[in-house]
Design a protein. Structure first.
Lengths: 119, 130
């Protein structure tokens, strides 16, 4: 049990480090580590990752707001349609096999790697 | 017209977020940079604000489907600020290009592992691979 908590701690730290280093979202690290390292099912990994992201994004945006970097009207412009997208995405996710979710995620990681290499 | 394009990319980002368990910043940030003329720093900060309600709604739905381990998610979330601190300090002491290439390689290795797992006959147990 203790080693499980340590692994969760390591995943949290890795997710945070990834964001702090490169501005890449923590979710792209958290989801695959939960699957590969802790044996989570793909659906559980994505749901649990989102729980962590709520905390991470809330803390990070509060800090950024102190630096005056946040633009609320533009956040609403992308964020409000995105809520609709998230409802559609979670509903769709329940209808596809877990291995398809994993394969789609692998595709996302390739896109992230491509962006890093080309930046 | 460009705000319509940004809103469409926002919807797509939310969809990717809900489907794959990420915040959606992978699309929010370019939408804000390309269509709303935000700088990279402002776009990333603004994207975080958009992510909060999106992730909340997605978590609420996933809770209903029984796909959230709340305690695990909170442990990960609570400890990630330590990682952010380590990341920021490291990024100021190591060349950015080396970091980008290292993480790109890591992302590709993890992608390969996911593909191998997905194509393997279904291991149902909570096994832990080394």
């Amino acid at each position: 049990m203790a080693s499980r908590t340590l692994k969760l701690a390591a995943i949290g730290t890795a997710g945070g480090a990834f964001s702090g280093l490169l501005g890449v979202g923590g979710g792209s690290v958290i989801v695959p580590l939960l699957i590969v390292w802790l044996g989570y099912g793909a659906r559980e990994a994505t749901g649990t990752s989102l729980m962590a992201i709520v905390v991470i994004a809330a803390v990070a945006v509060t800090l950024q707001a102190f630096y005056g970097n946040v633009d609320p009207p533009n956040a609403a412009l992308v964020g409000i349609p995105a809520i609709g997208g998230a409802l559609a995405g979670t509903a769709l996710q329940q209808r596809i096999p877990e291995r398809t979710i994993s394969l789609l995620f692998a595709g996302l990681l390739v896109v992230v790697a491509g962006k890093l290499i080309l930046s | 017209m460009s705000s319509v394009a940004a809103a469409i990319m926002g919807f797509a980002g939310g969809m990717v977020g809900g489907l794959l368990g990420v915040g959606g910043g992978v699309l929010f940030v370019p939408a804000l940079v390309i269509f709303m003329d935000e700088t990279q720093v402002r776009a990333e900060a603004t994207s975080l604000l958009a992510i909060v309600p999106v992730a909340l709604v997605a978590v609420w739905r996933q809770l209903g489907y029984g796909n959230v381990r709340v305690r695990d998610g909170l442990v990960i979330g609570a400890l990630s600020p330590i990682g952010v601190g380590i990341g920021v300090v490291t990024s100021n002491s190591i060349p950015q290009r080396a970091l980008e290439l290292t993480f790109a390689a890591l992302a590709l290795v993890i992608a390969a592992q996911l593909v191998i797992r997905a194509l393997r006959p279904r291991p149902d147990a909570q096994e832990e691979s080394a």
